[in-house]
Design a protein around this ligand. Structure first.
Ligand code: CUA
Length: 323
């Protein structure tokens, strides 16, 4: 995960917060380029304006304007082609950075997946290994994927040092992929106005220098907080899911949950669907939307709190891990 810093990025060093993620260099590069191009044209335009105002002001004995040329093809081509080239350059640079953001940086190793639950007015982070906390913990150099959900209105997770911002939207999951590069503690802010205490909706993100330090933090909290998967197991039991869905592969009214997570499931209409967070949500809220081939359409809708939904997903995931 090398930091990509485009030429304009030099500006950023003195003015902007530390660059602490794999995409920060690209963002600063685009920002710096925009900034310096704007400075150049500001000076050019204001400078020429002042020059012309002084030079061609009305003076005694000079009332008629000079005759001016009707047009100049070379000049017109120049001021069309140069801005076009500048804009296309900016377009290419920002698209490259954006692709880097949405595709991830292809870093090695399985990504550290953290589930983020936003609500008025706090953040909750469920980390792998079972520790949930009001602060986000990550590992420097380890690819990271945040899966965001909101229980009420739209919030937006923003970490200035990462140069990243992602909305948490009620009724769906959103994702943010990046690699933190610089160990340290930074602020998590909410960047979408969400009501009275929006400005206080902040948290801390701690980037651990290595996996060992992160693991120690996870263990330290395990006694205090039930793991997400354990909570999911409870939800599964309390909501009566086991009435129709077995855990051991036995066929009942509905498909078994064993080995279901991330499987390609055949549907009644002949198409296939990947069993992931989105499919789980849809199957709970609108069970009739995608019926698995060979099963009756009899499931009632189940409405879950966002955190319970994330917990259930974590639980189903554990059912696919066991041999
Ligand atoms: Cu949450 Cu603003």
């Amino acid at each position: 995960m090398t930091q990509q810093i485009l030429p304009g990025g030099v500006l950023a060093a003195g003015f902007l917060p530390a660059r602490a993620s794999s995409v920060a260099g690209g963002v600063d590069g685009v920002f710096g380029a925009l900034f310096w191009i704007s400075v150049f044209f500001l000076v050019l335009i204001v400078g020429l304006t002042i020059l012309f105002v002084v030079r061609y002001r009305v003076r005694a004995g000079r009332t008629e304007p000079d005759v001016t040329a009707s047009h100049d093809t070379r000049l017109e081509l120049l001021w069309s082609v140069v801005p076009l080239a500048i804009l296309m350059g900016l377009f290419a640079a920002s698209t490259r950075t954006w692709l880097h953001m949405v595709r991830g940086d292809g870093g090695s190793g399985a990504p550290l997946e953290v589930h983020v639950t936003a609500r008025k007015w706090s953040w909750w982070f469920d980390h792998p290994g079972g520790r949930g906390a009001g602060e986000l913990h990550l590992v420097a150099g380890r690819p990271t994927e945040l899966v965001l959900a909101s229980v009420d209105v739209i919030h937006s997770l923003y970490v200035p040092e990462f140069r990243l911002k992602q909305d948490a939207v009620p009724g769906r999951f959103t994702r943010m992929t990046f690699t933190p590069t610089l160990p340290g503690t930074y602020a998590v802010l909410c960047a979408e106005y969400c009501g009275t205490d929006h400005s206080r909706m902040s948290a801390k993100v701690v980037v651990h220098p290595d996996q060992r330090s992160f693991d120690a933090w996870v263990r330290e909290g395990q006694a205090a907080v039930a793991s997400l998967a354990a909570q999911g197991k409870q939800v599964f039991a309390q909501r009566g899911c086991a009435g129709c869905h077995s855990l051991d592969g036995t066929r009942r009214v509905g498909p078994s949950m064993k080995g279901l997570w991330k499987r390609k499931e055949k549907l009644a209409d002949g198409s296939e669907v990947l069993v992931d967070h989105e499919y789980l949500r849809e199957s709970l809220v609108k069970p009739a939307a995608k019926i698995v081939a060979g099963f009756p359409n009899v499931m009632p809708p189940v409405v879950l709190d966002e955190r319970d939904l994330a917990a259930l997903a974590a639980y189903l995931e554990t059912l696919s891990e066991s041999p």
